[in-house]
Each structure stands twice: as structure tokens, then as C-alpha cells.
Ligand binder design. Structure first.
Ligand code: ADP
Ligand code: MG
Length: 327
């Protein structure tokens, strides 16, 4: 089974960032309100995710590391309603096959925490008592220590950390209701407290995108024909060397979609005439029955039932907003 896990790991576990994505999604699935991520050496030496979610019962701990051991099958019956992507039931198994993994957890009705440890080897994990508040910690050490070929593909510590941080930023913009805290090599990098109101949401966007973006961005807020678009679009005065400040969410799920990109780019170009890369943090809320966000779990594509209407709504809204402030 270890070999099978390692093969499966090739798909899920590419680098520390992909491990972080799986662990954070599990934490969010468990109802966490606060997630703490601790990283050493870009996540290669250590990646620890701690949450205050529902926890895992002692009996289920070894199971959580077994393949196809998802506890989320029931949700599959209602696939359309599942916004979570963590339903494959093999992320933890895959990660544990290529690292030294410790899973510690406590449920609300248990009077103590329990822990299992694995070390990439084919062994039955033993459940031991541990100290931990209600919730779960997953500690992943020495990623790819037993798969040198894969380890060779890792980039410099800083590059791996940048990817990992990007994963957290994307999720943090999707879930304002959850606190995210990130430490790298002992230093706090992100400290995003639960953002309930408009002001704290803006503060989170400033933390994630940099304060300069928010100062030079146009707030958007419009509701029409059952569609709602809100967020910020960078003004031409906001220049940024890389064109990567492009966050677009559909019903809380980040997407990178051709139709969306086209509408935004077109509105930008038609108003500003200068071929600048658009920068934006935008949230589209739309009747879930008219959009499929599960087209491909990793490519972030969406399929709108009425794509023409969505395109025109985005284009029209942004065109009007930008034209109003054209210098
Ligand atoms: P999946 O998320 O697809 O079900 P995973 O391998 O990611 O599969 O996780 C296996 C199982 O372990 C989950 O179904 C869940 O029951 C449990 N689990 C993993 N992480 C957590 C967590 N942070 N909090 C609570 N339960 C968790
Ligand atoms: Mg999962």
C-alpha cells in the first residue's frame, strides 16, 4: 500500500504548497475558525497546520491516514452542493507516504488528545495519548526524504515558501470568517484575524495584497439581475511588476477562468487604453444552480449556464466603474 500511496502522492503532493493546500482544506472542512501554519525552510523541513475544528476521534486516527478513508462520502451524494474539494480521501495517506507525519487531534467530547506518527514506512500507526486542545494538528517533516528524485525538483526555499504563502492568501480571501496565521522560520508573516465587517475585510485585503493596492484601487459593489459583484479593481496608478494580483472568486471559490479574464481585460483595455495588466480582487455571487465550479478540481475553471450574461455583467460593471474615474 505504501507504493500505491507514493504513486498517488505524485498527483497530490508536488511541493510544500500542495501539501499546505490539502491540509488547509481539511481544516476548513472540519469547521475551523482559526488556522495556524508554521513553516521551516519553505515547508521542506517542516510544515505544521493546526486548527480548532471538530477534531478526529482516537479510533479514526489510523483510518485518516489510510487510502480512500474519507469521512466525507455522505457529502458526495450531494456533489453539487459540495463546495469543498477534499472528497478524494487520499491526501493524508499520500502525504504520509513521502514524509514524517504526525497527526494529533482531540474532539470536543474526548477528555484528552491522541496522536499517530508515521515515517514513510509501511507500518501500522500506533495511537498514543497526547496534549492538544480541541482540533487537529498535522505536522509534516522532511518532505520527500524517501523519494530523492522528487526532492530534486524542489526549488529554492524562498520559491517554495512563496508558493505556499500564495495558497494561504487565496484561501484567506475566500474565507474572511476564518483567522489565518503564518510563521516562517520563527517569524510571523501573515496574521489575519477573523474579518466579520467591511472594514476588517478591507484590512485583510490590504494584508494579503499589500496596502498600496487598496490605496490605489476602486471599490466595486453592484447587484443586478440576481448577480452581485464586489471587491476592488486596481487603478492605473497602481503598478506592479508581476501581473499576479488577480483574484476572482465565484461563490467563495477562487477561479481562473477564460471568460472572466476576458471580460475584465476587455473592460480595462477599453477604458484605459494602455495595455496594462489588470489587478483585482473580485467576488461574484451568483445562483449556485447556474454555475458549475467543479468542472476540474485543480484548474479552477467554472462553467456558467448563461456565460454571455455573466460576461456582459462583468464587462459592463467594470467598464462603467473605471470610466467614472478615468484620469
Ligand atoms: P478527504 O479530505 O478527501 O476526506 P484526507 O486524506 O484529506 O481525505 O483526510 C482523510 C480524513 O481525515 C478526512 O475525511 C477527515 O475525516 C480526517 N481529517 C483530516 N484532516 C482533518 C482535520 N484537520 N480535522 C478533522 N478531520 C480531519
Ligand atoms: Mg482532504
Amino acid at each position: 500500500p505504501r507504493l500505491a500511496n507514493q504513486i498517488a502522492a505524485g498527483e497530490v503532493v508536488e511541493r510544500p504548497a500542495s501539501v499546505a493546500k490539502e491540509l488547509l482544506e481539511n481544516s476548513l472542512d472540519s469547521g475551523a475558525r482559526r488556522i495556524d501554519v508554521e513553516v521551516e525552510q519553505g515547508g521542506i523541513k517542516l510544515l505544521k497546520v493546526r486548527d480548532d475544528g471538530s477534531g478526529i476521534a482516537a479510533d479514526d486516527l489510523p483510518l485518516a491516514l489510510a487510502r480512500h478513508a474519507t469521512s466525507k462520502i455522505r457529502e458526495l451524494e450531494d456533489l453539487e452542493a459540495v463546495l469543498s474539494m477534499g472528497f478524494r480521501g487520499e491526501a493524508l495517506a499520500s502525504i504520509s507516504s513521502v514524509s514524517r507525519l504526525t497527526l494529533t487531534s482531540r474532539t470536543a467530547d474526548a477528555d484528552q488528545a491522541w496522536q499517530v506518527e508515521t515515517e514513510g514506512r509501511d507500518m501500522e500507526p500506533r495511537v498514543q495519548p497526547a496534549a492538544h486542545p480541541v482540533g487537529t494538528s498535522v505536522e509534516v517533516r522532511d518532505l520527500f526524504f524517501n523519494t530523492p528524485a522528487r526532492r530534486k525538483f524542489l526549488r529554492a526555499e524562498k520559491t517554495e515558501f512563496d508558493h505556499l504563502q500564495e495558497v494561504i492568501k487565496r484561501l484567506a480571501l475566500a474565507r474572511f470568517d476564518v483567522g489565518f496565521h503564518l510563521r516562517h522560520n520563527g517569524k510571523t508573516v501573515l496574521s489575519l484575524h477573523e474579518a466579520g465587517d467591511e472594514i476588517s475585510r478591507a484590512r485583510r485585503v490590504a494584508s494579503v495584497c499589500g496596502p498600496a493596492f487598496l490605496e490605489q484601487a476602486l471599490p466595486i459593489e453592484i447587484e443586478r439581475g440576481g448577480l452581485r459583484l464586489w471587491g476592488w479593481v486596481g487603478l492605473p496608478t497602481f503598478s506592479r511588476s508581476q501581473a499576479d494580483l488577480q483574484y476572482f472568486y465565484v461563490n467563495g471559490r477562487m477561479v481562473r477562468d477564460k471568460l472572466v479574464a476576458h471580460a475584465v481585460r476587455q473592460a480595462y483595455r477599453d477604458v484605459l487604453f494602455n495595455g496594462r495588466h489588470p489587478t483585482f480582487v473580485l467576488f461574484l455571487e451568483i445562483d449556485p444552480a447556474t454555475v458549475d465550479v467543479n468542472v476540474h478540481p485543480t484548474k479552477h475553471e467554472v462553467r456558467f449556464r448563461d456565460s454571455r450574461m455573466v460576461h456582459d455583467f462583468l464587462y459592463g460593471t467594470l467598464h462603467r466603474a473605471l470610466a467614472d474615474v478615468r484620469p
